[in-house]
Design a protein around this ligand. Structure first.
Ligand code: FAD
Length: 339
């Protein structure tokens, strides 16, 4: 069986979270296929970078180390990744659905003439019977993602081309160290042999990195509000509760679209995927695009004036009532009882 190969993103000697998540997902697929997990990483000053990658159970790591490879530029990375794909001929290749992965993956899919499924939320292995050919194909990648506005989960299978490639959004897959002492074979790529001067035709003149103090992805407690909160001012109530509990405020897309809350706090399919210990959903109906981003929370409390709201089916506790009355009571009760 051929390998599973993951493209790792790196900046300032730190492997990106999304790449660590993909390595974990890649290992699970490789175990199902009983094949090796491989990775490729291109950047600068990558000495000992394998220490961050090997623990995910990576058997072979291709390293392209050259000052010109960081920050990311399309052409040199595409040239190196394509070369690795041609040499290794993997069965599955995974990229992050980040600005880098979204730029790079289609270019490589085109270079090696195969398909690409974008923004997967689940990856699995299975068989597929092709009626026309009366033939069953074994051990294929099931690239699963919401489609038609989230009304269905589509299982996208590519049986006649390989590699099978997919991008996965950040936060969707769980990071899992496989073995902290795992040993990987490091293959140093002779970068100058592969990339040409014209691959650097795009020059980076200036980079501006916007620092954000919003970190809903790692917050242990999230108080999220939806369209039912009613206004930007009413969100202060949610902020008060979040401050009291030591959590962050998040929101649904409807709340973002209505201008109640900033986009960097949106949770769901087109926002951030979160897994807090406690998720309080206030005035959120529970559309699939929202629940896709919070359904793995350890404990979910729904506050909704509609007893039939779909989110209530997912919630561990449901408080049926007007959030404008319920939240002040929660704050009062917490202040009274917490030491
Ligand atoms: P609504 O569906 O309007 O629900 C409001 C809820 O508040 C209702 O359940 C109501 O009973 C309750 N309510 C009203 N007043 C009160 C009150 N006073 N007290 C208590 N409860 C009250 N959505 C996301 O959230 N995240 C995404 O990432 C996302 N991505 C999308 C991607 C695509 C391609 C598409 C098509 C849609 C996407 N959506 C996303 C939108 C999604 O389909 C829903 O429209 C959205 O989640 C609804 O937000 P909501 O629950 O806040 O609003």
């Amino acid at each position: 069986m051929k390998s599973v190969l993951v493209y790792c993103e790196v900046e300032n000697q730190k492997v990106a979270d999304i790449s660590q998540e993909l390595l974990s997902a890649g290992k699970r697929l490789a175990q199902k296929l009983d094949c090796s997990l491989e990775a490729m990483i291109f950047g600068k000053e990558l000495k000992n970078i394998e220490n961050q990658i090997a623990p995910y159970g990576v058997d072979k790591l291709f390293v392209g180390d050259d000052t010109r490879l960081e920050p990311y530029r399309t052409l040199p990375h595409a040239a190196l990744a394509t070369e690795v794909l041609k040499k290794e001929d993997p069965q599955i290749v995974l990229f992050g659905a980040t600005s880098v992965g979204r730029d790079l993956a289609p270019r490589i899919a085109s270079a090696v003439n195969c398909g690409l499924t974008a923004d997967c939320t689940v990856l699995d292995i299975g068989d597929h019977f092709v009626k026309k050919e009366k033939k069953e194909y074994k051990n294929l990648l099931y690239a699963i993602r919401p489609a038609f506005g989230g009304s269905i989960m589509a299982n996208i299978i590519n049986w006649d081309m390989h590699p099978q490639m997919a991008t996965v959004r950040e936060g969707v897959m769980k990071k899992e160290i496989f073995d902290k002492n795992y040993v990987t074979e490091v293959v140093n790529i002779d970068v100058n042999k592969i990339i040409k001067e014209e691959d650097f035709v795009v020059k980076i003149i200036e980079r501006h990195i916007e620092e954000s103090d919003v970190n809903i992805k790692d917050a242990p407690i999230i108080v999220a509000g939806g369209y039912g909160v009613g206004s930007k001012e009413n969100f202060q109530l949610l902020q008060d509760l979040a401050d009291l509990l030591g959590g962050e405020v998040g929101g649904s897309r409807a709340a973002v679209d209505a201008g109640f809350i900033d986009h960097d706090r949106q949770i769901g399919q087109t926002g951030t995927t979160v897994r807090p210990k406690l998720y309080i959903a206030a005035g959120i109906s529970g559309a699939i695009q929202h629940t896709a981003g919070m359904q793995d929370s350890s404990l979910i409390i729904s506050i909704n004036n509609d007893a039939e709201a779909p989110i209530n089916k997912l919630a561990d506790y449901v408080i049926n009532g007007d959030l404008a009355e319920v939240i002040p009571k929660m704050i009062k009760f917490y202040k009274k009882n917490a030491k």
